[in-house]
Write a protein of this length. Sequence first.
Length: 569
Amino acid sequence: MCFSSSRNISAVFSRVQLPFPRRLQGPLSAHDWQAPAEIERHRLSRLCAAPWRRLLVVPEPPKCNRKAAKLRQQGNRLYLDKQYDDAVSKYNESICYTEAGSEHLGMGYANRSAVYFEEGEYEYALVNIGLARENHYPEKFMPKLVEREEKCRERLAAGLSKGTVLPYSLDLNVAPNPKIPFIADGIAMRRYPQFGGRGLVAERDFKPGDIILDEKPMLMHLSSWRHYCSCCAAFFRGSLIPCPGCVNAMYCSEECRQQDYRYWHRFQCGFVEQLEHVQYVTSITGPKRFFYLLSAFGDDLDAMMAFCESEATDDPFTVDHTKEDRILEAMKVLHQAKVKQPLPEIEAIMRLAAAAFYAVFIKHPLLHQLANTGPKKDFIVRTFLDYIRKNTALSLDCLEFVHFTNVNAVSSISSLANHSHDPNALFQQRYGKLRFFVIRPIRAGDQITVSYGPTWWEPMPSYSSVYTCRCPVCDEADTAWCVREGTLPKEALRMLDERTPRGKNNAETEANVLRHLFAFFDRYGSYHPEGAMGPKLQVIKHLMCGQIHQGAWTLERAQVAAKVLGGGV
Ligand SMILES: C[S@@+](CC[C@H](N)C(=O)[O-])C[C@H]1O[C@@H](n2cnc3c(N)ncnc32)[C@H](O)[C@@H]1O
């Protein structure tokens, strides 16, 4: 989408420390990438021989109880200083380093429960106490844990929960598509050549406030470990559990751990550090997408190659998401997407990344065994490159709240949405969900657009995209986009001012302001884009972010409460 700015490219080179290869042309081949000695003979690797050698000897940190204990002590110091977020980060790191079957795991969870207890998050504290019990928490410390558990239950019984009821529903609030339950019925794919090919079209009217998409991204990339679920990118869940094999990946649930392992992490685990040395920006989603498709084909590389050489539909609305084979079918459709080549200046670095990823992944015993012919090896490295290119164009990315982590998502339906500086919907990628909500009336036949960053009311001077924008605002020949009914009548301006949040507001008040603003845009939509409306659209975006943030924690708390207390949600 919009992220491959030259700023990122220079960051790449300082991170990867590879010289920029100027003459990289011709089809990429895997032929020389099989073993370290051969890699060094390759023309590309000669250009960067020393870094390649480094890449191949990057050690993978093993699980280590001594390190786990040290990290936990660091966490304890932060806890005593009341720096609770940082303390949980250290405890999470400690949990990741713990060796299998060790009491350090139970102690890490117990310490995390202490943080949540101090923060008044009694439900999360209880979950962590449960995890501590299940993971060899030492008997000698058990009375302290039991005491904390009792206090949590007492406080919850006294009504001291931070809340388990959402002030603003974040689910789809219109009829869903029967075969794709996470998108509204009445939305389809249409060809928009000026937007690089495909886009989303409304087949019925939608009104401001409608939540028309609530999708779990298929492929996520996170720029930071141990704060988010490595599968769905849910932020800092109270119950993150570690991958038993490596010290990096954590998951919000056993379900996410298994899904990630099945489709991706079984190839990544054991190579994480090496891959981190290769990776630039979000290029890892290229190999990730390759392994998702390979796994969906049951590790049958021949079948995958045969499919990739065939022509099939690129319309994700043909996939029935209520069926078992939805991942395979959705990945197949995604494979067929034909997107324009992103910026030529990043082509060389994408090739370099694809080749370097290949050099790492081919050491994986299963891939090594599957790639038993030259054409198969070439197919792998070229598919890495193809997917790195396509993901650069197709992904929707954004910054998460707390650690300013870049979350980059490629998804079945949402990846179809084109950018406009005057969008009729806004998108938010938060807590493992991609949501589109309508901000002004959409009529049947309109293209549904979101903004990848800049809008007419919020220009972003540093924004650089991988395409030339052809939206109505940027199209000089299009004068229709800003035709409106006139200036807003006085009563409309009064309505606008009436409920604008001032000072401190709680989630409930903010939810009401949001409803009020949506009602305003519904009633006065024909005056769009009147200047006074811009700041209000910004308020909507801001409030919606807040509701999603509050909502994610509330929902998690409610789910956790149902699990640990057996209560209703
Ligand atoms: C998330 S995808 C959107 C779906 C894409 N049009 C397709 O055919 O699959 C983003 C890509 O669509 C194209 N695109 C989106 N918005 C555009 C715009 N306003 N002007 C020109 N191209 C656009 C660009 O190629 C961009 O990299």
